[in-house]
Design a protein around this ligand. Structure first.
Ligand code: ATP
Length: 395
C-alpha cells in the first residue's frame, strides 16, 4: 500500500504486504458500499442477465424468401386503349431474389421501329444546318447515332437526325395520377423459411396451425389476423406512413422487414415472425432531385409486313424488398460461467471504490488511514524481541 523512497529501497524490497480486515462503523461509508453493491448487482441481474441474456449462446438466422403477387387492374389510355392488367403484366420480373416490383405508372411509346428521326431538342442536338451535326456521333444521353443531317423537329426547331428506335420516347408528360390505380388492392403471399443451424431449429412464416382453406381467404391484419402471410399492398405502404397513390406516381422502394429474433429457452411456438414496413428510398423533401424508381422495358413483335416493331414502356412502380433478420439465443454453460465470472470481478471493485472513498472523501480520512496501514518490525532482526507495531497514516 505504501510507496518506497530511494533511501528505503532496500527495506522496501524485503517487505511483505497482507490484507487486514477493518470494520468501519460509518453510515456514510456503509451507504456508499451498499449503493455500489446494489448498482453492480442490479447491472448484472437487470442488464447482463435479463436484457442482454448473456447466459445464452446465440446464432444468426439463415432465410429464404419467395413471393407471389395477385390482383387485376384496368387502364384506358390513348396509347394502349382499354386494357386489363394481370400479374404477368405488372410484376416484373415474374420472380426475383427477396424482392418484387409492381408497376403502377408508365409512359408508353408504341410502334417503334429501327429507322431515322430527328433527336429530341436540347443544347447539343439543336442545329441550323448539316454542318452542326457530326455523322457517327453517339451521345450517351442521346437516343441514337447521328446521321450527319439536320432535320425539322417541329415548325420552329431543327435537330440532328439519329438512327434509332423511332418515334423517340417523350418522357416529360408523366401521368399525374398513377395509371394502375387498382394496384393498391393487389395482395402478395410471402413464403419465408428460416433456420438457426446451431440449434437445429427450422420454421416458416406459414405457421403449423395455418391450413390451406385459411390461406385461400385470409389477409394480414396486425390485430385480427397477425399470422396470415398474405399482405395487401396498400396496407403495407400505409404502415410505412406513406400514401400509396402518391408513391405510385413516381415509384419507390418499400422494405418488408421480418424479425425472427427468438429466445429458444421458451417453447417453439413463442418464436414467430414480426413484420414491419418502412420506405427505403430517399424521401427527404429538401433533396428531391431524381425522386422515385423507374426503368424501361420493351415488348417486341413483327408487323404483317415482317418488320420488327416494339412497344417501349418506361415503368414507374414500387419495389418491395423483403429483409429478414434475427438472432436466436439458448442457455449454454460456457457463456454463463464467463459472465458469472465477470460479474464476480465487478463485485471486487466495490471494495476498491469504497477504500478510495474512505481514504479521500470522508472527514475522518486520517484516522482511517492510520488504522488501514500497519507496519510490523522484522522479527528476525530483533532476535526474538516482542513484535513492535507501528501504525502510519501515509508513507
Ligand atoms: N398474392 C396472393 N393473394 C392471395 N392469395 C394468394 C396469393 N398468392 C397465393 N395465394 C393463395 O395461397 C395459397 C398457396 O399459394 P401457392 O402459390 O403455394 O399455391 P398455388 O396453388 O400454386 O397458387 P395459385 O395457383 O392460386 O397461384 C393458394 O390458395 C393461393 O391461391
Amino acid at each position: 500500500m505504501g510507496g518506497c523512497s530511494s533511501q528505503s529501497c532496500h527495506s522496501c524490497f524485503f517487505e511483505y504486504q497482507t490484507e487486514r480486515m477493518i470494520v468501519v462503523k460509518s453510515k456514510v461509508v456503509g451507504s456508499v458500499f451498499r449503493l455500489i453493491q446494489f448498482l453492480i448487482i442490479f447491472y448484472v441481474i437487470g442488464y447482463v442477465c435479463v436484457v442482454q441474456k448473456s447466459y445464452q449462446e446465440t446464432d444468426s438466422v439463415i432465410s429464404s424468401v419467395t413471393t407471389k403477387v395477385k390482383g387485376t387492374g384496368f387502364t384506358n389510355t390513348s396509347d394502349l386503349g382499354a386494357r386489363v392488367w394481370d400479374v404477368a403484366d405488372y410484376n416484373i420480373p415474374p420472380q426475383g431474389e427477396s424482392s418484387f416490383f409492381v408497376l403502377t405508372n408508365m409512359i408508353v411509346t408504341p410502334n417503334q421501329t429501327q429507322s431515322t428521326c430527328p433527336e429530341l431538342p436540347n443544347q447539343s442536338t439543336i442545329c441550323m444546318s448539316d454542318s452542326d451535326c457530326l455523322e457517327g456521333s453517339n451521345d450517351v444521353r442521346g437516343n441514337g447515332i447521328q446521321t450527319g443531317l439536320c432535320m425539322n423537329y417541329s415548325e420552329t426547331v431543327k435537330t440532328c437526325e439519329v438512327l434509332s428506335w423511332c418515334p423517340l420516347e417523350i418522357d416529360i408528360n408523366l401521368p399525374e395520377h398513377a395509371l394502375l390505380v387498382a394496384a393498391e388492392d393487389f395482395t402478395v403471399l410471402i413464403k419465408n423459411s428460416v433456420t438457426y443451424p446451431k440449434f437445429n431449429f427450422h420454421k416458416r412464416n406459414i405457421l403449423p396451425d395455418v391450413n390451406s382453406s385459411y390461406l385461400k381467404q385470409c389477409e394480414f391484419n396486425r390485430k385480427t389476423d397477425p399470422d396470415c402471410p398474405i399482405f395487401r399492398l396498400k396496407d403495407m405502404v400505409s404502415e410505412a406512413e406513406e400514401d400509396f397513390q402518391t408513391m405510385a406516381i413516381r415509384g419507390g422502394v418499400l422494405g418488408i422487414i421480418i424479425d425472427w429474433s427468438c429466445d429458444l429457452d421458451w417453447p417453439e411456438h413463442y418464436c414467430g415472425p414480426k413484420y414491419s414496413f418502412r420506405r427505403l428510398d430517399n424521401k427527404i423533401p429538401e433533396n428531391n432531385v431524381a425522386p422515385g424508381y423507374n426503368f424501361r422495358f420493351a415488348k417486341y413483335y413483327k408487323t404483317t409486313d415482317g418488320r420488327e416493331t416494339r412497344t417501349l414502356i418506361k415503368a414507374y412502380g414500387i419495389r418491395f424488398d423483403v429483409i429478414v433478420f434475427g438472432t436466436a439465443g439458448k442457455f449454454n454453460m460456457v457463456p454463463t460461467i464467463v459472465n458469472v465470472g465477470a460479474a464476480l470481478t465487478f463485485l471486487s471493485l466495490v471494495n476498491a471504490v469504497c477504500n478510495w472513498f474512505l481514504l479521500t472523501c470522508t472527514k475522518r480520512r486520517d484516522y482511517y488511514s492510520k488504522h488501514k496501514f500497519t507496519y510490523l518490525d522484522n522479527i528476525d532482526d530483533n532476535a526474538g524481541e516482542p513484535l513492535g507495531e507501528t501504525t502510519y497514516g501515509t508513507r
